[in-house]
Design a protein around this ligand. Structure first.
Ligand code: SF4
Ligand code: SF4
Length: 472
């Protein structure tokens, strides 16, 4: 049994099982304590965030009026900090070779039925051109863990290739990377390669379950995996993305673990996670989802997203195409700020659509990017392809300071409109372009800073005239 210490560098001290159990008991005791809940909601309404303990009480509370107020507050915070903007991205699977034994993932090393593939640099070029031709500017690279077929050198070379490709007006301007936990030295190499966010999901914070789910391979080392973000931060990567795979373990436990991890990073390095992903387990080859009896309902999923929005107001929340159109619509309202669109979860799947036998999971939302953009516009959102912060050096605490002071809105809003304009000019269908132009014309008038508004208008005109890549 280890004592909880949020600044410790030892996994079992900053994610303390004893502390999580105590937090869950406290939440259970107080789930109908209206006085306490009022205090927590009042704190949330100041945009100061919540502790994992406070968030756990909200998650446990099932009083219908309070649940409604949680949604309302999450919606208000979302609108105040993120406006109607939704950042778009796509995953790019480079290699599905893997030496790990994760029981929930079809890429596990002993799965003999899945086709294995590692993209060559030429194939990556073709995939990236296909993604650019859809309009994507921001990618999340995905690989299994393999010393030969997914080596760090291969990933670094691939990043270089991706940034170098400019097909027509296309460009990938931010490459986020989701690869296995590695050493400080390797994280430094990733930082030097110009990655955006380093993403690594914990899957579950519950150690015995983690060890059951990861019986073999380097990922079976709970501490090495859990301490990966510390090594990444020590290596100078200051935008990190965390997440758990909901459905693997008791969601309450992982919810508290996730927020404990965020507090640890904030307290130790002065900056919490840049993003939190909330994947739920999906059917896939060689994975029996029925084995995971802890899968969460849509209602609980929505509540988790809303409370995360209140607890960590300045951390982006991401949902992928694992979620259906309807589920994505619901969580966009109460917290999600980034979504993937037109994703292929197979290796080489953007060029050869039929490659489903290499895929990591079945997508639930298989619309084209244009359909997703059109849908977002119909729902009143502003689809954004912005990648400006990382390119302007606004990462880590520099980004958080701007976000917390509210000044970031002077960048996000015009950048969203300008990158949407690029999308409309270069890739949109006629119908999407019409809707998008209307939104741009209305929204540009809502920019409050007169200087920013005037410059944004100039840039929008220049984009129409054929120039590209303006940013604040
Ligand atoms: Fe490999 Fe990642 Fe799948 Fe585990 S989750 S088997 S590490 S690709
Ligand atoms: Fe994100 Fe920065 Fe662009 Fe805002 S300006 S959308 S925070 S990259």
């Amino acid at each position: 049994m280890s004592t909880y210490n949020s600044k410790s560098l030892i996994a079992e001290e900053f994610i303390s099982d004893t502390e999580i159990q105590a937090t869950l008991a406290y939440a259970q005791e107080n789930k109908h304590n209206r006085e306490l809940i009022e205090q927590i909601l009042a704190k949330g309404a100041t945009y100061a965030g919540l502790s994992y303990k406070e968030a756990a009480v909200l998650l446990e509370c099932d009083l219908p009026d309070i649940v409604e107020r949680i949604y309302k507050l999450a919606n208000e915070i979302k609108l105040k900090i993120y406006g109607r903007r939704i950042v778009m991205f796509a995953p790019l699977y480079l290699s599905n070779y893997c030496i790990n034994g994760c029981r929930y993932c079809p890429y596990h090393g002993t799965n003999k039925t899945i086709a294995r593939k590692q993209l060559t640099q030429e194939e990556i070029t073709r995939e990236v051109i296909a993604l650019q031709d859809m309009g994507h500017k921001r990618l999340a690279l995905e690989t299994g863990e393999h010393p030969v077929y997914a080596s760090l050198e291969y990933v670094l070379e691939s990043i270089k290739t991706i940034y170098s490709i400019h097909h027509k007006n296309g460009a990938i301007r931010r490459v986020n990377v989701n690869i296995a936990a590695t050493s400080v030295e390797n994280y430094q190499k990733l930082r030097d390669a110009g990655i955006g966010t380093y993403i690594l999901f914990q899957e579950t914070y519950h150690k015995p379950t983690y060890e059951y789910l990861h019986p073999t391979g380097p990922k079976s080392d709970y501490a090495y995996h859990t301490e990966a973000m510390d090594r990444a931060m020590q290596a100078g990567i200051d935008d990190v993305g965390v997440g758990v795979l909901f459905g693997l373990n008791l969601y309450r436990y992982d919810f508290v673990g996730l927020l404990m991890h965020a507090e640890h990073l904030e307290n130790t390095y002065g900056v919490g996670p840049h993003t939190i992903s909330v994947p739920r387990i999906r059917p896939a080859d060689s994975v029996d989802v029925n084995e995971y009896s802890n899968s969460i309902s849509d209602e609980i999923f929505k509540r988790i997203v809303a409370i995360l929005r209140i607890a960590v107001p300045y951390t982006g929340i991401i949902v992928s195409t694992r979620e259906s159109e309807e589920s994505r619509r619901q969580v966009l309202e109460i917290g999600v700020s980034q979504i993937s669109g037109a994703s292929s979860t197979s290796v080489g799947g953007y060029v050869e659509k039929e490659q489903e036998n290499t895929s990591q999971f079945e997508v639930n939302d298989d619309r084209t990017l244009d359909e997703v953009v059109n849908w977002l516009l119909d729902l009143g959102y502003i689809p954004s392809f912005c990648t400006a912060c990382y390119r302007e050096g606004r990462t880590g605490d520099r980004f958080m300071q701007l976000a917390k002071s509210g000044q970031i809105v002077n960048c996000c809003q015009p950048n969203a409109l300008m990158t949407l304009k690029e999308y409309l000019e270069d890739y949109a269908s006629e119908n999407t372009a019409k809707k998008g132009e209307k939104v741009i014309a209305e929204e540009v008038e809502l920019i409050t800073n007169p200087k920013v508004k005037a410059t944004a208008k100039e840039y929008l005109q220049e984009l129409h005239d054929g120039k590209r890549d303006f940013r604040f």
